[in-house]
Design a binder for this molecule. Structure first.
Ligand code: COA
Length: 658
C-alpha cells in the first residue's frame, strides 16, 4: 500500500511517529528545518529502540534494520518524493500548518495522502488550502506514539472514503487501534471528553464544592483512573490542556474552561515541567503526588463525570463516532478502566441527568442534558439497572415460584417475590432459597450475592407466614424453626459475601435472614424488628443467638421482649445495619458496594468470613491460632502472589479466586 512514509516535523510526536513506522517496516523520511533537530530526533529514536532491545522486545538486527529504514532531510521536496503518505507533525499553529499544507500540495505526488497529527485544529480549514481536500485527513497519535495503542482518524466533510480506508489500514499495520472520528469536531473524540471531565473537576474546586485532593482521590481510587485528574493535568501540562480546552470553547463551546485553569495558565504554573502546578515538584522531576485514598468518598463521581458523559452523548447524537469506538478511545487513549458509556450505564442515566439539571439550574446552559440522555430517561434506558442504557445487558433471570434470581456477574440478586404477602416466608420460599444458594455457591462468575425484597419498597420480608401457624403442632413448629435456621446458617456459612438490601419491613424471620448476611444496607424507610413476642412466641430463626452478638444483650432483649420496630437510622446507630441510603439510591449504592467486594480476592474473603464466624464464641488463644494458620494457608493461593506483586509493582490487582 505505502512503501515510503514521510513525517514532517521531528519533535516529540514527529520522531515517535517516524520510529513506529520504521519499526513496522516502512521506509521513513523524517523532515525538519534544521539538521540539529533531526540529529536530536534520531538520537531519541535510537535511545528508545535500545530500551526495546533491553526489554527483549527487539533484537540487535531489528534495531539496525529500523535505523537503516530512517532517512532525514531538511528538504521538503526530497522528503515527499515518491511518498504516498505524508504525516505532518509540526507545532499546533493553524497558520503554520496551512502554510506547510499549501507547499506540500504543490510538491507532493498528486495521489499522496496528506495527514495532520493535530489534536485540536480543524482539518477542514487545513484541507481548504490544498487542491486535494479529499486526500487530507487527521491522523492523531497519542504521546508517546511508540507506546500508546490508539490513533484517532479524523475525517473532514471532504475527506474521501478511500482516503479514510487507506489510513485505517495503514494504522493497523503499525499494530495500533484506530478509531474513526467521522466529523471534524473541536477536540475530536478523546480530547472533547477529557476536557469536559478535567474542566468540570476544576470548576468544582473553583466553586469550593470539593478540594483538589478530594477529586484526585475519588477519580484515582473510586473511578480507578490511572491518575487523579489534577495529577494528570500536571503530568500532561496545564498549558497544553488549557489551550486544547480553549480551542474547543472558542469553536463551539463544547467545553468551558474554568477560571482555575486560566489562573494557573496565566501564572505559568504548568505542572511538572514548571515545578509548580496543582502539586509542587522539585525542578524537572516527576514525583507522584501523595493522594490519600480515604478522601475518595468526599465527592460523588457522578458530579465530576456528568459533563463528560454529556459530551460523549453529544458525540453520539451528532454521529461523530460509534459508541463502541468512543469507549475504546477512552480506554486506549486515556487508560480508563472501562468506557465512559459503560461507566454511565452503571451510574444510571437518570442519576446523571439529574446531576446535570441541578448544575444547569445553578450554573447555566452549558450543563443542559443532551437530548440523547433525556430520550434515554424517557424510554427507561437507564443503564444496568433497567438492563438497557447505551448498551443492552442480558438479563440472566431465573424465575422460581416465590423468588427470582437476577444474574449480573460478578453479582447475583435474589429477589423475594411474594409481594402480596409482604414477602412472608413459606416453606416453599425457604426451599427455593436453599437450593439457589447451593447453586450460587459454586458459580465461579458470581462473587457477591444480594438479597432484596419487593421492588415496591414495602417489604424486605415480614417473617414466617403467620397463617401457617394456626393449629400448628409443636413438632411441626420445630421443623419450621429448624428449616429457617438452616437457611440462615447457609447464608452465614456461604463462601462469598452476602448483602441484605432492606427496603420496607424486615421483621421476624425476615430480620433473621438479614442477620445471617454479612452486610445489611437499608433504605431510610426500612423498619426492623422481632415482633414474635406479640404473638406469644419468641424468634425461631436464630434471632436470640445472633442479635445479642451484634448489638449487645441489653438492646437485643429490648427488641425481643418488647417486639417494637426500629427505624433504620436507629438501626444504623446501634450497628445493626452498615449504611442507610435514600430508597431511590438503594440499588445503586448497594451495587457500588458489592462491586468493591467483588474485586477483593475471593479465597481471602471466604477465609476471613470463616475465621470470624468460627472463633466468635471460643477462647482468644484458639481464635488466634486459627487465624494464624488461616493466614498462612493463604500463601498457597495465586491471589496472594497477585496481590503482593501488584502492590510492589504499583499496578491494579486482578484476583482470579485461585
Ligand atoms: N404472615 C402472613 N401474612 C402477613 C404477615 C406474616 N408474617 N405479615 C403481614 N401479613 C399480611 C397481613 O395479614 C395482610 O394481609 P391481608 O392484606 O390479606 O389482610 C398483609 O400482609 C398486609 O399487612 P397489614 O397488617 O395489613 O399491613 P400494615 O402495613 O398495616 O402492617 C406489618 C404491616 C408487617 C407491620 C404487620 O402486618 C405485621 O405486624 N405483621 C406481622 C409481622 C410478624 O409478626 N412477623 C413475625 C412472624 S413469626
Amino acid at each position: 500500500m505505502f512503501d515510503k512514509i514521510t513525517v514532517i516535523g521531528a519533535g516529540t510526536m514527529g520522531h515517535g511517529i517516524a520510529e513506529i513506522a520504521a519499526l513496522n517496516g516502512y521506509d521513513v523520511f523524517l523532515c525538519d528545518i534544521s539538521n540539529e533537530i533531526l540529529q536530536e530526533a534520531v538520537k531519541k529514536i535510537e535511545w528508545s529502540l535500545r530500551k526495546m532491545v533491553e526489554k527483549g522486545k527487539l533484537d540487535g538486527a531489528g534495531l539496525t534494520l529500523t535505523l537503516n529504514r530512517l532517512k532525514t532531510t531538511t528538504s521538503l521536496a526530497e522528503a515527499v518524493k515518491d511518498s504516498k503518505l505524508i504525516i505532518e507533525a509540526i507545532p499546533e499553529n493553524l497558520e503554520l500548518k496551512k502554510e506547510i499544507f499549501s507547499k506540500l500540495d504543490k510538491i507532493a505526488h498528486p495521489e499522496s495522502i496528506l495527514g495532520t497529527n493535530t489534536s485540536s485544529l480543524p482539518i477542514s480549514e487545513i484541507a481548504a488550502v490544498t487542491s486535494r481536500p479529499d486526500k487530507v485527513i487527521g491522523i492523531h497519535f497519542f504521546n508517546p506514539p511508540v507506546l500508546m495503542p490508539l490513533v484517532e482518524i479524523v475525517s473532514s466533510d471532504r475527506t474521501s472514503r478511500q482516503t479514510v480506508e487507506s489510513v485505517l489500514a495503514f494504522v493497523k499495520t503499525l499494530g495500533k487501534h484506530a478509531i474513526l472520528c467521522k466529523k471534524d469536531v473541536p477536540g475530536f473524540v478523546v480530547n472533547r471528553v477529557l476536557e469536559a471531565l478535567i474542566q468540570e473537576a476544576a470548576w468544582i474546586v473553583y466553586r469550593g464544592e470539593a478540594s483538589i485532593l478530594e477529586i484526585d482521590s475519588a477519580t484515582k481510587y473510586k473511578a480507578k483512573l490511572p491518575m487523579g485528574l489534577f495529577e494528570l493535568s500536571d503530568y500532561v501540562g496545564i498549558d497544553v490542556l488549557y489551550s486544547a480546552g480553549k480551542a474547543i470553547q472558542d469553536r463551539d463551546k463544547g467545553v468551558i474552561v474554568s477560571p482555575l485553569f486560566e489562573e494557573y495558565y496565566k501564572n505559568g504554573w504548568y505542572g511538572k515541567k514548571s515545578g509548580k502546578g496543582f502539586y509542587n515538584y522539585a525542578e524537572g522531576l516527576w514525583e507522584k503526588p501523595k493522594i490519600p485514598s480515604e478522601l475518595a468518598d468526599k465527592v460523588r463521581l457522578e458530579e465530576i463525570f456528568a459533563p463528560a458523559v454529556n459530551a460523549a452523548a453529544w458525540l453520539l447524537r451528532n454521529d461523530v463516532v460509534d459508541k463502541e469506538e468512543l469507549d475504546k478511545a477512552v480506554v486506549l487513549g486515556l487508560n480508563f478502566p472501562e468506557g465512559i458509556l459503560q461507566m454511565a450505564d452503571k451510574w444510571g442515566i437518570d442519576v446523571l441527568v439529574q446531576v446535570l439539571k441541578t448544575k444547569q439550574s445553578k450554573y447555566g446552559e452549558y450543563y443542559a442534558p443532551n437530548p440523547l440522555l433525556e430520550e434515554m430517561v424517557a424510554s427507561n434506558r437507564l443503564g444496568v439497572k433497567t438492563r438497557r442504557g447505551f448498551y443492552e445487558y442480558a438479563c440472566d433471570c431465573k424465575i422460581l415460584e416465590e423468588i427470582r434470581i437476577i444474574l449480573e456477574p460478578p453479582l447475583a440478586w435474589i429477589v423475594l417475590n411474594r409481594p402480596e404477602k409482604l414477602n412472608a416466608l413459606s416453606l416453599k420460599m425457604l426451599d427455593e432459597l436453599s437450593s439457589v444458594l447451593e447453586e450460587l455457591s459454586t458459580d465461579r462468575d458470581v462473587r457477591v450475592v444480594l438479597i432484596k425484597g419487593s421492588p415496591d419498597g414495602k417489604s424486605f420480608c415480614v417473617g414466617v407466614d403467620i397463617s401457617t401457624f394456626v393449629n400448628l403442632k409443636p413438632l411441626d413448629a420445630l421443623r419450621v424453626s429448624k428449616r429457617l435456621q438452616e437457611v440462615v446458617n447457609k447464608l452465614e456459612t456461604f463462601p462469598k459475601p452476602v448483602v441484605a438490601v432492606i427496603d420496607g419491613y424486615a421483621l421476624g424471620g425476615g430480620f433473621e435472614l438479614a442477620l445471617g448476611c454479612d452486610f445489611r444496607i437499608a433504605s431510610n424507610r426500612a423498619e426492623l424488628g422481632l415482633p414474635e413476642i406479640r404473638l406469644g412466641l419468641i424468634p425461631g430463626g436464630g434471632g436470640t443467638q445472633r442479635l445479642p452478638k451484634i448489638i449487645g444483650e441489653a438492646k437485643a432483649k429490648e427488641l425481643i421482649m418488647l417486639g417494637e420496630r426500629l427505624k433504620s437510622e436507629e438501626a444504623l446507630r446501634i450497628g445493626l445495619v452498615n449504611y442507610v441510603v435514600q430508597p431511590e439510591r438503594l440499588d445503586e449504592e448497594v451495587r457500588k458496594f458489592a462491586q468493591k467486594l467483588a474485586e477483593a480476592p475471593p479465597i481471602a474473603i471466604m477465609t476471613a468470613k470463616n475465621v470470624i464466624r468460627l472463633t466468635r464464641h471460643g477462647f482468644l488463644e484458639e481464635g488466634l491460632a486459627f487465624e494464624a494458620s488461616s493466614f498462612a494457608s493463604l500463601f498457597m493461593t495465586k491471589d496472594a502472589v497477585e496481590g503482593i506483586s501488584a502492590f510492589l509493582n504499583k499496578r491494579k490487582t486482578n484476583f482470579i479466586g485461585e
